[in-house]
Design a protein around this ligand. Structure first.
Ligand code: NI
Length: 179
């Protein structure tokens, strides 16, 4: 179960649109899911998309730690294959994000607060659910990776972009509520 190398901003795999997965149970997809889980666990991140490990397929992993959950309960790590996101309202909130492909940095990004997520689980079961808050943010971030989009391209105010240590030390007051 190897820990995969993570592509960093500037690598073309992060700019390319990813291809849908045809067969969730194909051996190479089982191996990819396992390796992505190991890679994410090793990194300490909350989400990972297959293009970040140099595989241009529409696969994401995400979890929500209890500290970031609206209910106070963690959402355990899960995979979503071929995810599709539909905003369920026009409301967006700007909040800080980081990315394993943009190491050491944080930036404030507006995201929809309420989305519908469809796709398949790692066991080929259809997903159709509504997500709010941090879960909605993480899924939008990860799904963007499948369209060749990194979070800095979504930023509207580059004053809210910096190195993690500095951003934590000198918080920049966002115009909107900061989740
Ligand atoms: Ni990312």
């Amino acid at each position: 179960m190897p820990i995969l190398k993570i592509a960093r901003m500037g690598h073309p795999v992060l700019r390319a649109p990813a291809t849908p997965v045809a067969d969730v149970f194909a051996p190479e997809i089982r191996r990819l899911l396992e390796d992505m889980r190991d890679t994410l666990a090793d990194s300490g991140g909350v989400g990972l998309a297959a293009p970040q490990v140099h595989v241009p397929l529409r696969v994401i992993l995400f979890s929500v730690p209890a500290s970031r959950s609206e209910t106070g309960e963690a959402l355990p790590l899960r995979a979503v294959i071929n995810p599709v996101i539909t905003p369920l309202s026009d409301e967006k909130v700007t909040g800080y994000e980081g990315c394993l492909s943009v190491p050491g940095l944080r930036g404030a990004v507006p995201r929809y607060t309420h989305i519908r997520l469809t796709g398949l689980t790692s066991e080929d079961v259809p997903i159709d659910e509504e997500l709010h808050g941090f879960a909605a943010r993480v899924v939008q971030h990860e799904a963007d990776h499948l369209d060749g989009m990194l979070y800095p391209a979504r930023m509207e105010d580059f004053r809210a972009f910096g190195y993690l240590e500095e951003v934590e030390r000198y918080p920049y007051a966002l115009n909107q509520e900061n989740p």
